[in-house]
Design a binder for this molecule. Structure first.
Ligand SMILES: CC(C)(COP(=O)(O)OP(=O)(O)OC[C@H]1O[C@@H](n2cnc3c(N)ncnc32)[C@H](O)[C@@H]1OP(=O)(O)O)[C@@H](O)C(=O)NCCC(=O)NCCS
Length: 191
């Protein structure tokens, strides 16, 4: 066919430039559960976490109680350092329906030592809907993928909700020990 009679094909748009794949640590570390999205904590999470952690009811069994902004900032910075150093740390927990940050869940150094602790705090209005159990399950699976062989949970003896989250995730009960200056139950996750 002579070149002049060739018409441009209209049905197919020109091929787009290939989009770069986002292989950043944050993107690769995002977890999605039935109702939640979890991603590594970032400085923008400080504001909502300060609100949750200024509630005496929420912080009732958390060592040190209510956390001021500086303490929350330090928590986020330590978590970011943990993500860089050992490929795991604390996640912001977002509700998928609203995108709201409803708390955090993840791993960190138990009392700053070598042992790894499973830690979580959710805003009170989201309690008792199974979200804590759901977040912990996703975090423990991701810890295993990150090569974490053991994570301990050390809830205050009277913290029934935290005990139940451990039991429902089938963590092994290891008696009780003193941590952060209080008597705690010890549960272990073996990855
Ligand atoms: C611990 C915490 C994350 C649990 O979150 P959650 O979303 O309420 O947990 P779930 O809905 O998955 O509930 C797990 C179990 O605890 C029970 N539970 C939740 N809140 C409870 C409460 N205040 N009192 C008694 N039981 C409670 C639930 O009924 C459920 O048990 P069940 O399935 O036998 O009924 C949440 O209570 C929290 O943020 N607490 C404050 C911070 C804290 O103490 N963190 C733990 C540090 S180790």
């Amino acid at each position: 066919m002579p070149r002049s009679r060739l018409r441009p094909c209209r049905r197919f748009p020109p091929a787009r430039e290939p989009q770069p794949i986002d292989r950043s640590a944050a993107n690769m570390s995002t977890l999605t559960t039935e109702r939640l999205r979890l991603r590594p904590l970032e400085p923008r999470d400080v504001d909502p976490l300060v609100i949750h952690q200024s509630s005496p009811e929420v912080m009732r069994y958390v060592p040190g109680g209510i956390r001021a902004r500086a303490a929350v900032q330090a928590l986020v910075e330590r978590s970011q350092a943990d993500w860089r150093a050992r490929g795991h740390g604390l996640y912001a927990v977002e509700h998928q329906e609203t995108g709201e940050v409803i708390g955090y869940c993840g791993t960190r150094a138990l009392e700053g030592g070598a042992a790894i602790e499973l830690d979580m705090i959710l805003a009170e209005e989201h309690w008792t809907q199974g979200l804590g159990t759901e977040a912990a399950a996703a975090v423990l699976a991701s810890a295993k993928r990150a090569g974490i062989r053991q994570a301990l949970a050390v809830p205050h003896d009277a913290n029934v909700a935290a005990h139940r989250v451990c039991e429902k995730n089938e963590l092994a009960s290891r008696g009780s020990e003193s941590h952060y200056g209080i008597e705690c139950a010890v549960y272990a996750y073996e990855g």
